[in-house]
Design a protein around this ligand. Structure first.
Ligand code: FNR
Length: 187
C-alpha cells in the first residue's frame, strides 16, 4: 500500500519559503502520497476546549495526523525557536483527548531560512518537543536550507536549486525508510 505522509508547515504566510519547500517534496518522492495538514485554523490550546473531540478544526487536524504513516514538519525558525503556531499544533496533537496522535509517529524535520544558519536552533527545539510527545524523529540526518531566497522560484512556488533538491530527495527517501523500520520494530 502507498505510504501516506502528512506535511505540517510552520509558517502561515502566503509566500512562505517553507511552504515552497513543502510543495516540492511530492515531485521528488513520487512513490509516497503526501497530504498537507493545515494548522492555521487551530485555536490557541486551552484545556477547557480539549474535551471529547474538541473544536472541528482540532478534530480534523488530529484525524489527519492519526491517519498519516509519518509526518514531515517544514518550518522556519523564529527567534532561535519554533513558531508558536507549530508548537500550538503539536500541543493539540499530544494530549489525552488526542489519544496519542503522535505517540510512536515517525517524524522528519526540515527548515528553510533566508539567513545563513539553516534553522539549526529551531529544529533543535522541534526535535526536543517531538521527544516530549513520544514521536520518533528521524535520527542522525538533518535537512537545513539556508539562503533559501536564492534557491526557489516564487512564480512556481517551489524549490528549484538542483543541489538542494537532491539533498531534499535523499532526506525524504531516508524518512520513508525510517517509517518502514519503525513499522517493522512495532510488529
Ligand atoms: C524570523 N526569522 C528568523 N530567521 C532565522 O534564521 N532565525 C531566527 O531566529 C529568525 N527569527 C525570526 C523571528 C520572527 C518573529 C520572524 C517573523 C522571522 C526570519 C525568517 O527566517 C524569515 O522571515 C522566513 O522567511 C520565514 O519563513 P517563511 O515564512 O518564508 O516560510
Amino acid at each position: 500500500m502507498t505510504m501516506k505522509i502528512g506535511i505540517l508547515v510552520g509558517s502561515l504566510r502566503a509566500h512562505s519559503y517553507n511552504r515552497m519547500v513543502a510543495n516540492t517534496i511530492p515531485d521528488l518522492v513520487p512513490t509516497a502520497q503526501f497530504e498537507h495538514i493545515a494548522i492555521g485554523e487551530l485555536p490557541f490550546y486551552n484545556s477547557d476546549l480539549d474535551q471529547d473531540e474538541g473544536p472541528d478544526a482540532v478534530k480534523l487536524f488530529r484525524d489527519q495526523v492519526r491517519a498519516a504513516d509519518g509526518i514531515i514538519i517544514v518550518s522556519p525558525e523564529y527567534n532561535a525557536g519554533m513558531p508558536g503556531v507549530l508548537k500550538n499544533a503539536l500541543d493539540w496533537a499530544s494530549t489525552k483527548a488526542a489519544a496519542g496522535a503522535l505517540i510512536k509517529k515517525p517524524a522528519a524535520i526540515i527548515g528553510a531560512t533566508p539567513g545563513p544558519r539553516g534553522t539549526i536552533m529551531g529544529q533543535q527545539q522541534i526535535r526536543h518537543t517531538l521527544e516530549g510527545v513520544q514521536a520518533l524523529a528521524l535520527p542522525y540526518q538533518r535537512m537545513y536550507i539556508s539562503e533559501v531566497m536564492h534557491k526557489v522560484d516564487p512564480a512556481v512556488g517551489k524549490l528549484t536549486d538542483a543541489t538542494t533538491n537532491k539533498y531534499l530527495q535523499r532526506y525524504v527517501e531516508a524518512f520513508v525508510q525510517w517509517i518502514d523500520q519503525v513499522n517493522l520494530l512495532d510488529r
